[in-house]
Ligand binder design. Structure first.
Ligand SMILES: [Zn+2]
Length: 487
């Protein structure tokens, strides 16, 4: 039955030669986002139906399969998925070995709790646009100097697998330097509501803003060129390519549709807008494929760049437990809770670095009552500005690392309650006076994942905590769990 539905849909849409582009786009979205396709969940027979529909159109338009077969299967964690990759060959004897990759994922979320997630905007809209972009580019193929790869990706929703696979495969076959641009068309069905087409990544292209804007003017479309993809919470199929250093553009009308909800249906799509977007991306990618001077800028969005920057800045806050070690008397005060907060500055040299912080801290430690193990005679409290400096070893990159550091610290104590304390250990001597300049050794273990940092820090004082003659020799100890955010 499913095969019959597919055959009928394909036949109808293929036969409709006299249709306008907008009518064809409408037909594609209504089929791909229909309940028959059950939400096109990656790796299912329903995603395969979508792939077959796309193949039917690509081949009818005249595209050639790039890898010899239309379906490009790959496995990820033991499951099989399928990209569909076609090509329109360029005409320039040299530039035809260079590629512009246009991609749109066709998978969506499937069915959950009996609800079909039809994914009309995400991403039947982009898949439909790509079919019609391919048709326009093919029709004007004698103008194309570079070759254009048209790729329908599987398994975007579960981790960008389809596009990562193609990026990886192309870098091994044609070489990443031959890929001049990758454009991901993802969620382009809500132009009217959005009022603009977002184009993220123009700074990865030399003169990118100008190229994108002047073509938009010609096509009477409002674009919003953004220098880079920024959000750490969203990703699209550009990622695998951008990480190779390929210039990328993420094309979208934004998060206007009922994003990842069962209500993302074909009836809500702005087909007039989708048609406008399709025309614009066709002429933009055609212009880029025909322009020998088109070049990347050599710049990559920070979120796609796994190299560490030389200087990293962050904010940190820690919970401390402190105690005082009376070196010669074996008296150790009880740990009490303190805290710190401040900034962190790291200087990186490959997997090594220098880690510094500037912290305000409040340290607290309780003196035990020597006659009663459960009681205390008072708390020692000091407030200080502390600067630790550590030599770090941190295997990993900017996306994740493990770190170990060894070094020293200096604290300037600007407030303490030492003089008010009457301590058993010091009862026969003059009032306690705190040493305002304190220093010692520092050790750190930590993990960083994305922008988040977690460290465990240990510090031990090397000079005396209390100044003056005849005062027992005491040293401060610090154990701190720190959470940080590195920008
Ligand atoms: Zn999507």
């Amino acid at each position: 039955m499913k095969r019959i539905i597919l055959a009928a849909a394909l036949l109808l849409s293929l036969a409709a030669g006299a249709q306008t582009r907008q009518e064809r786009l409408t037909g594609h979205v209504y089929y791909l986002a229909s309940d028959e396709l059950q939400g096109r969940k990656a790796g299912t027979e329903f995603a395969r139906m979508a792939a077959d529909y796309i193949i039917g159109h690509y081949s009818q338009i005249g595209l050639k399969p790039f890898f010899g077969e239309w379906t490009v299967p790959f496995t990820k964690y033991g499951k099989e998925y399928t990209d569909v990759v076609g090509v329109i060959e360029g005409n320039d004897p040299e530039l035809k070995d260079e590629y512009i990759v246009l991609g749109a994922h066709y998978d969506h979320l499937g069915v959950k709790n009996g609800n079909v997630y039809n994914g009309a905007d995400d991403n039947a809209s982009g898949s439909a646009a790509l079919i019609e972009i391919a048709r326009e580019l093919y029709a004007s193929r004698e103008n194309l100097k570079r070759s254009v790869i048209i790729a329908a990706f599987d398994a975007e929703e579960i981790g960008l697998y389809g596009s990562s696979f193609l990026a990886d495969t192309l870098s091994k076959t044609v070489g990443k330097d031959k890929i001049k641009l990758m454009m991901s068309i993802d969620m382009v069905g809500w132009y009217k509501t959005s009022g603009k087409l977002e184009m993220e990544g123009v700074a990865t292209i030399r003169d990118g803003k100008n190229i994108i804007s002047s073509e938009a003017e010609r096509c009477s479309i409002t674009v919003d060129p953004k220098r880079f993809e920024k959000s750490v919470f969203t990703a699209t199929d550009t990622e695998g390519f951008a990480k190779l250093g390929v210039p990328t553009l993420a094309v979208s009308t934004g998060l206007k549709s009922p994003y990842h909800k069962p209500e993302d249906d074909a009836e809500l799509i702005d087909y007039e807008g989708l048609d406008r977007v399709t025309g614009y991306i066709s002429s933009l990618s055609g212009a880029i494929a025909s322009d020998p001077s088109f070049e990347g800028s050599g710049r990559v969005a920070r979120k796609h760049d796994s190299r560490r920057r030389f200087i990293e800045f962050g904010v940190v806050a820690g919970l401390q437990s402190n105690h005082i070690d009376f070196v010669k008397s074996s008296l150790l005060t009880k740990r009490s809770l303190g805290f710190d907060a401040g900034i962190q500055l790291d200087f990186n040299f490959g997997n090594f670095g220098i880690g510094t912080r500037a912290l305000y801290e409040k340290q607290v430690s309780e003196f035990p009552d020597l006659t009663d193990a459960f009681a205390s005679t008072g708390s020692y409290v000091q407030q200080a500005v502390t600067v630790p400096v550590l030599l770090m070893l941190k295997p990993g990159d900017s996306t994740a690392d493990f770190r170990v550091g060894v070094g020293g610290y200096y604290s300037y104590v600007f407030d303490s309650n030492a003089s008010q304390l009457a301590l058993p250990a010091a009862s026969l001597l003059s009032p306690l006076q705190v040493n305002p300049d304190q220093y010692g050794i520092a050790v750190q273990f930590g993990l960083k994942a994305g922008p988040l940092l977690l460290t465990y820090d240990f510090r031990r004082q090397l000079n005396k905590l209390f100044a003056g003659d005849g005062i027992p020799d005491a040293r401060l100890l610090n154990y701190t769990f720190t959470l940080g955010y590195v920008f």
